[in-house]
Design a protein around this ligand. Sequence first.
Ligand SMILES: Nc1ncnc2c1ncn2[C@@H]1O[C@H](COP(=O)(O)OP(=O)(O)OP(=O)(O)O)[C@@H](O)[C@H]1O
Length: 301
Amino acid sequence: MGHRADPAIAVAGLRKAYGDRTVLDGIDLEVAQGEVVALLGPNGAGKTTTVEIVEGFRRRDAGDVRVLGVDPERGDDAWRARIGVVLQSWRDHRRWRVGELLGQLADAYRPYGTPDRPRPRPVDELLARVGLTDVADQRMATLSGGQRRRFDVAVGLAGRPDLLILDEPTAGLDPAARREFHELVHEVVDLDGTVVLLTTHDLAEAENVADRILLLAGGRIVADGSPAAVARDVAGPSEVRWASGGQRHVHSTHDPVAFTRELLATTPEVTDLEVAHASLEDAYLEIVRRHEAGQPLEVTR
Ligand SMILES: Nc1ncnc2c1ncn2[C@@H]1O[C@H](COP(=O)(O)OP(=O)(O)OP(=O)(O)O)[C@@H](O)[C@H]1O
């Protein structure tokens, strides 16, 4: 078992091919204790493959993988109990009632509870946290797509995990449920110290929840940094816009705070001040475009 300061996830030289198609061509990544990391990348880039290898659900061809100090291919039940998983595909439990099924699944964690980490989480609390209290007595088959996704998130949280891995957790959620999910992530990070690795196609989500993003393209991690740093490095400077003396002005700068401070100190009657930061979406599109054009751009440090 790993030391507390060891990374929650450490992957080096990870390779995976399906037949003669190489999907992961030497991936290195680390997720530290206390971090929330979003794994991004185009359809088919290998995000699900990566997270399922980390979860121990798929075998790798080569490379070293350590998750909470253990090789996932050798993880036992006690190791698995420390990891919450939200898979991309649905499991089918149509005839079960929502609360009963959650209770059954949560019960599997009971032998692994400790005084400072009681397992499982109470079912009523789980249902409330994901907004499913009102449908607890309904059958699974009656849930909408978004309700079913909330159920999956509840299952992932049931064991009060040290590490939570979610594959496109907000696909199909409405904006309010998506916002609630983001708040839930912040909560489990703050209250339980849970480490989170999630995949998403929603770049605003990555900006909102992730301390760090990893961008997977062409079988490799091609960007690694905070959402703001990656956006700034690739998408270019921020734009400061303002009006003064009846005229509108725009200025591009890599240091909008210093520029704005100077502007306000030297220019009387500044109005309509706005700072538009380089967006993660612009950076993402540029990095992926460069890879597809065979002119790779790497933003890692
Ligand atoms: N079991 C499998 N057998 C063969 N090929 C597979 C298998 N699983 C995935 N692939 C292929 O590997 C590639 C990566 O798939 P993966 O699901 O990991 O990508 P992803 O980044 O999660 O994609 P998406 O964003 O579309 O979910 C794809 O080309 C996919 O068709």
